[in-house]
Design a protein around this ligand. Structure first.
Ligand SMILES: [Zn+2]
Length: 210
């Protein structure tokens, strides 16, 4: 029970334990960030409330494929849930458990903000499916035609995390990585060219021709 990544879909059973653990961590950290980004936005931005000051994302749980019969996750209103989200009120410390459909009902977070969160979380789940499929297909950088890249510590944190854990990159990360590689190769070429020019100038100067 409550092991989110072993139950999402059958393909997941084909993954090794390390990959399942990565996906679990991936979902949890990205969900927390999604909540904080969207709620945080509201604090400083275009909405009236101070939601981020009021609510903190605690966790997300998945009751598994047999949630209808064996599940023990519930919404505040008593509805049985497969996917349960928990937020805590920062002032009272009170935690609220809910399914995404009842986010507004049980927290008072405005519907437009709730919609943004739902959209973001759906996107996350589709990214998770993308990673699972790529794991099954034995994805590698080479299969993407990438033979060289800057050192991991020079890459964005999320990309270097995936690669350090030997996990596939998402299409959007690949796009970013390709841009970084292109910029870096341009920079290196430029540098090499400048070196050649400087050496040539030095030679000419030595011959008294410059
Ligand atoms: Zn409810």
């Amino acid at each position: 029970m409550n092991v989110p990544c072993q139950t999402e879909d059958n393909n997941e059973q084909l993954l090794c334990e390390k990959q399942v653990m990565f996906l679990d961590e991936f979902l949890k950290t990205r969900m927390k960030k999604a909540f904080e980004d969207i709620l945080g936005n509201k604090k400083t931005g275009f909405n009236s409330g101070h939601i981020a000051e009021e609510w903190e994302f605690i966790h997300y749980e998945d009751a598994g494929n047999n949630w209808r019969t064996d599940g023990d996750l519930f919404c505040e209103c008593g509805r049985k849930l497969r996917y349960q989200y928990t937020l805590a009120n920062k002032t009272t410390g009170l935690q609220k458990h809910f399914g995404l459909n009842h986010l507004t009902e049980h927290t008072g977070i405005q519907p437009d903000v709730a919609r943004q969160i739902v959209k973001e979380l759906k996107q996350l789940k589709s990214e998770k499916r993308e990673i699972i499929q790529k794991c099954i297909d034995d994805w590698t950088l080479t299969s993407e035609g990438i033979k060289w890249m800057p050192p991991l510590d020079q890459l964005p944190e999320d990309i270097s995390w995936h690669l350090t854990e030997q996990m596939p990159l998402l299409e959007r990360q690949l796009k970013r990585l390709r841009q970084i590689i292109q910029e870096e190769s341009r920079r290196l070429n430029e540098k090499a060219l400048q070196k050649i020019v400087a050496e040539e100038k030095k030679k000419l100067a030595e011959k008294g021709l410059l």
